[in-house]
Design a protein around this ligand. Structure first.
Ligand code: ZN
Length: 292
């Protein structure tokens, strides 16, 4: 396969509702089946071209009208039709565990997500953090703080999600990209299966889409001060370790911006780390030591 063909389909020839990480995962074999949707004729045309060029098959799951009243098709794509049929069956019969397994998510992560969904309504990020080792850095390739898929359930979070997009609309219009490498939520930042899969997706993207991979790496390997799903700061800096203590070296914050209170945001945007780290700890922010 020539590099240009992969690069073209990962960028301008890609159906717009299909994420780059999902398509890269399908191309490199980390995923055999991908769940996506089609919004309009243009999307459908792009999907048909993608499928014919790479030998993927399409399976329609359901047709519905989105919030704007536009026709949307939920579909699966992949080469293994038998597997897609089993996934579709699990989806239509409301069996989320099987559905996750047929979509190639690691069993530990599917299990973890199911338990979180049934349990208390704390942020999923806090649950992942709770399950992770302390006192050591997190790999940027499994950073899911900005992956809002599947974890935005309540009306309150849906409202905040919309506000987040509104607040950052200028950044997004200028092409700010914050998609993660891992297309699912890991069961911990040390989940071996997720780390291996994310490594393969990252390697594939670095080969065929080097600039995008590099840009994403820069953002996703920045440490984060986290309080809640829409209350966090991405620090413009790096983590460092002195003896057993992890601290941050850097200043100010990187976009996108969360919905943190103005008072705290003003402090964060001017902060010099590690000097001001205690202020944020007192405000109940937890340091997520993502690193490159
Ligand atoms: Zn896992």
């Amino acid at each position: 396969m020539d590099n240009k063909k992969y690069a073209d389909f990962l960028t301008f020839k890609r159906p717009k509702s299909l994420q780059i990480n999902d398509l890269a995962a399908l191309f490199c074999g980390v995923k055999k089946t991908v769940y996506t949707s089609l919004k309009d004729k243009e999307d459908e045309k792009a999907m048909n071209l993608l499928c014919s060029q790479f030998g993927f098959k399409k399976k329609i799951l359901k047709e519905f009208k989105d919030i704007k009243g536009d026709k949307t098709l939920d579909i699966l794509i992949g080469r293994d039709v038998k597997r897609m049929n089993l996934a579709a069956k699990a989806y239509l019969n409301g069996r989320p565990y099987e559905w996750g397994i047929w979509l190639d998510y690691p069993d530990c992560c599917v299990d973890f997500f199911g338990k979180w969904e049934k349990g208390d309504k704390n942020s999923l990020i806090k649950a992942v953090l709770e399950a992770s080792y302390k006192g050591t850095f997190f790999d940027f390739k499994v950073n899911n703080v900005l992956n809002f898929y599947s974890r935005i359930k309540s009306e309150d979070l849906k409202f905040k999600h919309a506000s987040f997009f509104k607040k950052n609309s200028d950044f997004f219009r200028l092409g700010l990209d914050f998609e993660p490498f891992l297309p699912w939520h890991p069961c911990s930042y040390f989940c071996k299966k997720s780390l291996k899969a994310a490594e393969e997706i990252y390697y594939f993207m670095s080969k065929y889409l080097p600039q995008t991979a590099e840009k994403r790496k820069k953002l996703l390997s920045s440490p984060i001060l986290f309080k809640d799903d829409f209350d966090w700061f991405i620090i413009n800096g790096n983590v460092k370790k002195n003896n057993k203590e992890i601290s941050v070296l850097g200043s100010g914050v990187l976009p996108p911006l969360s919905l943190a209170q103005d008072r705290v945001f003003k402090k964060a945007s001017k902060s010099e780390f590690p000097k001001d780290l205690n202020f944020f700890k007192k405000e109940k922010y937890i340091l997520l030591p993502f690193s490159g």
